[in-house]
Design a protein around this ligand. Structure first.
Ligand SMILES: C[S@@+](CC[C@H](N)C(=O)[O-])C[C@H]1O[C@@H](n2cnc3c(N)ncnc32)[C@H](O)[C@@H]1O
Length: 451
């Protein structure tokens, strides 16, 4: 944040609209992430559910169509100099509400203008009033939620080129909002669905169409309070991530490496698969160049009945070395590579503010360096799984194809679960796989080292 940008008042917000404007301010002016900022403000403010819901809708709504809202505001102001940041956040929030919700315009204007007057200056509030009135005059007769996320132009063009027009439209298109909570059942999925139904008869529970372990839940509240959670019968894990872990196909007795394990979401799913398939322990090693992240999986391992020692942890920068890991010793290696994260824009639309076009080529170099290095660890006949939560070709086949060419690894073309590969061997996950799941844009490839 610019040192001269004053923070808005610190007292808890009194309405959903005020809370939303504050969070939008933090995301735009302080590079905060929306979800933790929203959670923090909501828990301080203790608003009624309808106001909390309004705040959540407004924050994500604004961030999903930000370029269009900026344009709507700019149309009605003579000068193009940057707006005072909190005033801009309030005006964006009000513009979204005016153009996309049925809320009464006078209520939106009254509160927004009053908020700017209180937190900033009379002159800014008069300016905002004049602009917002003009936007209110252009309000559609039946304001509706936007049908598409509005991407920066370069990204829009890139996705059409990389995914084709139909998938690009599906990727940015309307999704069930908020997305369902995705759970991974450990054990009998149907029995768990029944147990959750008994405890939460009003909840909507469906089996994930892609992963045999996924449950998509609506109206269950905090999953940590569900029956069986404490006993480790489920984890919170999005379905695309479950599929990545399933693609590894780890079994009891194998030596497996999760090369970019982070906090271990997928490591633990891999450990579960190894334990579920037989008695022989095998060995599971988790690496990351930020070793502190690797320690964060301990509590979850314990909750699930594993011991922290069941996962050997190593802090290694795998783009430059192998940290003493033995070459040709692993049956399976997962590279869940650092990436732009563009596949998660529906859940984290502020990514669109952070990623610039040049990041894609820079990250592709890093992904290739890690993957190239890690191929040395795979035993003859062993499998390397490469995954990214981004839909761009550069980060997908743009890494996998040169990797296969340089190393002689074969790109496997069998389906993962019921998901088939595209012709180039990539499994491309997105809303086209299951329109009800609000699936992130992941890519997965599996490669085998020749014997
Ligand atoms: C997409 S995240 C992995 C998320 C994790 N697999 C999970 O399921 O929670 C990529 C991870 O790669 C790590 N990373 C980045 N550069 C690395 C490198 N050169 N060597 C090893 N790990 C790296 C990051 O710290 C980050 O945790």
């Amino acid at each position: 944040m610019n040192a001269r940008t004053p923070r808005p008042a610190e007292a808890p917000a009194k309405t959903g609209r005020e809370l939303a404007a504050r969070v939008v301010f933090r995301v735009l002016a302080e590079d905060a992430w929306a979800s933790p900022s929203l959670d923090g403000e909501l828990s301080r403010a203790r608003l009624p559910p309808s106001e909390s819901g309004r705040a959540t809708d407004l924050v994500y709504g604004v961030l999903r169509v930000l370029p269009a809202l900026d344009e709507a505001i700019d149309q009605h102001r003579p000068r193009r100099d940057p707006l005072e940041p909190f005033t801009r956040a309030c005006m964006l929030t009000a513009s979204y509400e005016l153009l996309h919700t049925p809320e009464k315009p006078w209520a939106i204007l009254d509160e927004t203008v009053g908020l700017i007057r209180r937190e900033r200056a009379e002159a800014l509030s008069r300016f905002a009033n004049a602009v917002l009135r003009k936007i209110a005059a252009q309000r559609p007769t039946e304001p509706a939620r936007p049908k598409q996320i509005v991407l920066p132009r370069w990204l829009d063009a890139l996705l059409v080129k990389d995914l084709g027009a139909d998938r690009a439209r599906a990727f940015t298109g309307e999704r069930p909002m908020p997305p369902p909570t995705s759970l991974r059942a450990r054990g009998d999925r149907d029995a768990l669905i029944e147990a959750i139904h008994e405890a939460r008869p009003e909840a909507e529970l469906t089996r994930g169409a892609m992963s045999a372990h996924a449950i998509l839940a609506r109206g269950v509240g905090d999953p940590r309070k569900l029956p069986g959670f404490e006993r480790g019968q489920m984890t919170m894990m999005d379905e695309a991530s479950q599929l990545v872990a399933e693609a590894v196909g780890a079994r009891a007795g194998e030596r497996v490496l999760d090369a970019c394990a982070g906090r271990g979401g997928k490591t633990i799913a891999i450990l579960d698969a190894m334990r579920a398939s037989g008695e022989d322990d095998g060995e599971l090693i988790a690496c990351d160049d930020h070793p502190e992240k690797l320690l964060r999986m301990d509590d979850e391992l314990s909750r699930l009945g594993h011991r922290p020692a069941d996962v050997v942890r190593r802090g290694v920068d795998l783009s430059v070395g192998l940290g003493g890991l033995e070459e040709r010793s692993f049956d399976r290696v997962l590279v869940d590579a650092p990436c732009t994260g563009l596949g998660t824009v529906h859940r984290r639309p502020e990514i669109l503010l952070r990623v610039i076009e040049e990041d894609i080529a820079r990250l592709r170099e890093l992904q290739l360096a890690i993957a190239r290095n890690v191929t040395k660890l795979v035993r003859p006949g062993g499998v390397l799984v490469y995954a990214v939560c981004s839909p761009t070709r550069a980060e997908g086949i743009g890494v996998v194809s040169p990797l296969a060419r340089e190393t002689g690894f074969t790109i496997l073309r069998e389906p993962v679960g019921n998901l088939a590969c595209d012709d180039d061997g990539m499994i491309r996950l997105g809303p086209w796989c299951d329109p009800h799941a609000s699936c992130d844009g992941f890519q997965i490839a599996r490669l085998r080292r020749p014997d």
